[in-house]
Design a protein. Structure first.
Length: 153
């Protein structure tokens, strides 16, 4: 479950405002898809079609789904300055509160040390800046936490 920082006018917001369920996926961002993320997307689509009985059940075991959410506090990390963002961890890796997950290197004050970006919560890196060059307040990382789905059942 993704909490949008600025959801006004977004497709998912408009759909949800009509009382409908909106399902989507991000496959790594930046307009790139890897064989791994493509396989995840294909499995997800097949599982959804099986759930709604559009496709018959499959004998093949299905990888377990991990339900996650972006919390209101600490899930989004924003660039504190312009510069080049150096990511230090891969998408899908676990992070701990306080861990350095990236650095921003100034393009105008090259003698200044890089600004370290620390995780504000424990979780999993689910999104990161798609380009090296970032502007102040760009989202440079999103950390998600596990979601207890029993409250929705």
């Amino acid at each position: 479950m993704l909490q949008e920082l600025d959801n006004k006018g977004m497709l998912d917001t408009e759909v949800e405002n009509t009382g409908k369920i909106f399902l989507s996926t991000e496959l790594g961002g930046g307009g790139f898809v890897s064989p791994r993320t493509l396989k995840i997307a294909e499995n997800g689509i097949r599982n959804l079609l099986r759930h709604f009985e559009i496709l018959p059940p499959d004998e093949e075991p299905v990888p377990e789904t991990r339900f996650m959410q972006t919390p209101d506090f600490g899930g989004y990390l924003m660039a504190q300055q312009e510069g080049l963002y150096e990511t230090l961890i891969e998408l899908g890796e676990s992070v701990t509160k306080g861990q350095v997950i990236g650095r921003i290197h100034s393009l105008t004050q090259i003698e200044s040390p890089a600004v370290e970006i620390h995780a504000e919560i424990d979780g999993v890196l689910v999104t990161r800046a798609g380009r090296a060059q970032v502007k102040t307040w760009d989202t440079i990382a999103v950390i998600a936490t596990d979601l207890d789905i029993s409250e929705f059942e």
